[in-house]
Write a protein that binds this ligand. Sequence first.
Ligand code: ZN
Length: 352
Amino acid sequence: MISSYKYTLLFTLSLPFLFMTGCAREEIEFSTFEKIDTHVHVRYSGPEFFDQAVKDNFKAVVVILDHRDIGMQHDYVEQQKEMHPQQFIYTTAFPIAGWDDPDWQTRTIDHLREAFDGGATAVKIWKNVGMEFKDQNGNFVTIDDPKFDPIIDFIESQDKTLTAHLGEPRDCWLPLEEMLGESNRQYFAGHPEYHMYLHPEYLSYEEQIAAMERMLEKHPNVRYVGCHLASIEWSVTELAKFLDKYPNVAVDMAERIDDLQLRDSDEVRQFFIDYQDRLLYATDFGIEEGDDAAVTMQRLHDTWMMDWNYFTTDSVMTIPDIAQPVKGLDLPPEVLKKIYRENALKWYPALQ
Ligand SMILES: [Zn+2]
């Protein structure tokens, strides 16, 4: 019932969406710089996605999630492995459905064990936990529920990564006129059913973040990736506090680079320098069976290039839905190496 709306947005904000001046410094070349996109969805049987990744010097983390059929997503991964075994690692996911069954926990651990044996190296938890799924008593199930503890302990014991998309951008709970992002405002104006401000019967933004923090307090040693800047995209100060509290946490920036671009570029640049060991480059780009591969690959390349120019140059860019011009961060080479690769190798060590 709650759509992956940011995921949809990516496709609506098609190119051309920016104009740039300036160019990358010579020593940092897009085509020769080794990069990892830590959050993509490949529900597709053809070779084109990873052909493009090879061309653009990217490896990736393919994210399987508890949204639509998990088995089908694994089948696509197996097809991709045949063609590009070195180009990606992948998460598995487990169904929350059946939560109230007495054997849900053992079934879930069995499923994870089988997925790890098959090659999955991380587990993705999706926002249906906290925002959608209710137990048999009609209560929302949140990630700090004790029923998840043995599951998370198992993931940790197997030296796998816990990757989670919990909550939504804070804008989702704000009235339209208070939203920070113009794309969010347009989306929620057209989709009031997903606009949490209009639905106080759902858990609040603060409750989503608090549940995530309570889980992390119980599991301080699990290797954790908070997707979408851990849904703390609205303030780099708050995100910094969160990262200070939980040293085993990294955040991916999938679909939230535009939230950073809304902010003062000097402030964001300083945040990237201060937290250079904790940030993972990611797009949330997806390809589905039936998509026009050529068009989709052009969009993928353009997305990767646009982000590259933002991080590597001090060019001033015009980005739709952002009223003011956006200045590139011009990050030092050692920071670029970390956000584009080295941090991913720490949080997703199977990539090495
Ligand atoms: Zn995603």
